[in-house]
Design a protein around this ligand. Sequence first.
Ligand SMILES: [Zn+2]
Ligand SMILES: [Zn+2]
Length: 266
Amino acid sequence: MKFISFGSGSSGNCYILQQGDSTIVVDVGIGIRTFKRYCNVYGIPAVKANAILVTHDHTDHVKAVGAVSREYNIPVFTSEEVHRGMDYNRFMSKKVPPALKRILSNNSPITIGEFTITSIPVPHDSSGNNGYIIEGGGTTLCIITDAGRRTPEIEYCVENADYLVIEANYDMAMLATGPYPAYLKQRIRSGNGHLCNDETAALLAEKLTERTKHVWLCHLSEENNNPQIALRTINEQLEERLPLLHANLKIEALRRRIPSQMYELD
Ligand SMILES: [Zn+2]
Ligand SMILES: [Zn+2]
């Protein structure tokens, strides 16, 4: 399986997975021109994509879902609630054509090309939010973003992922002393907001197994976090609590506006 991030965070999220001739796009929160440019640069034929999976209907995840779906005739898979949320989102100017809407139910695996996809519920203040367990070629990659709190389903993903993309949105001290108004700080900290570095560190330290080879931290806040602090918090906890596992684990923070390299997962 191949994995690349085209962007991660409130300025736009978009991930691509490839397995054999099958391609899956997860969220298109970046603009369609940027999406096309990155597809060209990395040799990804968007026209051949089998599916767009959508986590939730916030604009940083869906801005160009309708536009890309229309342009390349790609079906869009997500829950009924998230489809409805996209229809109402006025910042998503091009809508998903009804003929390209596909409804995904949680915890019911489906086959898309060479992938098997299972969606799980993730708590967040949107019209629903899905995490994705994506299997292809014997490898499992899980994507958990915009998670207000951990749940048994999220813990299951951490325990069973060969590769894991998980949110580390904010540093508690930076959020507390940062410029956001009180109501927004409260929203971010709530059980329907985002995971902070310490929460993600504790979750990983409790649930990771030797199965996991690589963890990518995603959706880092620009104002309330930075890659150095997020990585330090998580590395320190893992080193202390799971020293052997930590020694063999790769951990990286995905960049907000710059594509990652194309990773080959085995
Ligand atoms: Zn988001
Ligand atoms: Zn969100």
